[in-house]
Design a protein around this ligand. Structure first.
Ligand SMILES: Nc1ncnc2c1ncn2[C@@H]1O[C@H](COP(=O)(O)OP(=O)(O)O)[C@@H](O)[C@H]1O
Ligand SMILES: N[C@@H](CCOP(=O)(O)O)C(=O)O
Length: 293
């Protein structure tokens, strides 16, 4: 029997749609696997009643099929589903790492990321790897068709999860399919600034580099309370605020000492619109690891 933990993640970071992601140091999912003839899944924890136990519909079950590693899988959810915090990815990442260990497969990180991304295809319609990559590798990650790499970075974050659900599949439908050259230039400038900021552990550059004007506004329009929460967080000292993943969570980057105030500002911003929300004071963290074997 092998047990692995994998973290929640925040994808896109504004300017890196389907490309950038960060691992959060909390919360995370715990996945236990045991060898079996056929894959079965048992769900526990946050929001588990909304997650299918059919292995063909659960991201962890899809990973077991991809790796040809059938197992009795138990998932303890620490990341609420439909959150914008990579809930479906955390289970896939933990399952990939646990099954690799259980069956002594010796797979490299890239193969684990690709297998875990197939789980995402089942829930969102696309094998986007920008959540599973940081959940497996940790740090800040950049995913392209031809590879994935991670950058160690020391950055304070606040993630705020409103009491609403958001489907990644539905939020992908509102993404504009076309943009202008001006917007492309702006996004490239932001993305480059963000990457420089990640290497320099600079929350101001990262915050500025999150600015993006095509995908983010389309997603923000689906999130009740987003504008109020964002304004309140910026007033409280956040150096950048954007939609986390496909939403409804909101991600703020800041200096470490500002986290408490920004967490309060984000929740009060949602509260002003009559929406309960929970904020996590966190930072960029490590990737999945084996808890027990
Ligand atoms: N192991 C899993 N953990 C979480 N959600 C899962 C899992 N397997 C399948 N799902 C489904 O994935 C959807 C949530 O994923 P998604 O919409 O991408 O949101 P999130 O940002 O929280 O990952 C839900 O419909 C949920 O039932
Ligand atoms: N790049 C994806 C990321 C979805 O992240 P999630 O945490 O909402 O699953 C997208 O923006 O659709």
């Amino acid at each position: 029997m092998v047990t692995a933990w994998a973290p929640a993640t925040s994808a896109n970071l504004g300017s890196g749609f389907d490309t950038f992601g960060v691992a959060l140091d909390r919360p995370g999912d715990v996945v236990t696997v045991e060898r079996a003839e056929e894959t079965t899944i048992e769900m526990r924890g946050l929001g588990s009643e909304f997650i299918p136990e059919d292995p063909a519909k659960n991201t962890a079950g899809v990973v077991a099929a991809e790796l040809d590693a059938p197992a009795r899988i138990t998932i303890d959810k620490g990341v609420r589903p439909s959150s914008g915090l990579g809930s479906s990815a955390a289970s896939a990442a933990a399952a990939a790492v646990a099954l690799d260990d259980l069956y002594d497969l010796g797979l490299d990180d890239e193969t684990l990321v690709r297998a875990a991304a197939e789980g995402e295809a089942v829930v969102s319609g696309d094998a986007h790897a920008d959540n599973v990559a940081p959940s497996i590798l940790g740090g800040f990650t950049i995913v392209r068709e031809d590879g994935v790499f991670s950058v160690d970075t020391d950055l304070a974050l606040v993630a705020c999860l409103p009491d609403r659900v958001g489907s990644t599949r539905e939020a992908r439908d509102v993404v504009p399919q076309e943009t202008t050259l001006d917007e492309l230039v702006h996004t490239v400038g932001s993305a480059a600034t963000l990457v420089a900021g990640m290497y320099e552990n600079d929350p101001v550059r990262v915050g500025r580099g999150m600015d993006e004007r095509v995908v983010t506004p389309a997603r923000a329009a689906l999130i009740d309370g987003y504008d109020a929460a964002r304004e309140a967080a910026l007033d409280a000292g956040a150096t950048g605020v954007t939609v986390s993943g496909a939403g409804p969570s909101v991600l703020a980057v800041c200096y470490p000492g500002r986290r408490r105030d920004i967490a309060a500002a984000l929740t009060s911003g949602f509260d002003a619109e009559g929406i309960d929300a929970r904020a996590f004071q966190t930072r960029v963290g490590d990737g999945a690891y084996i808890l027990d074997r």
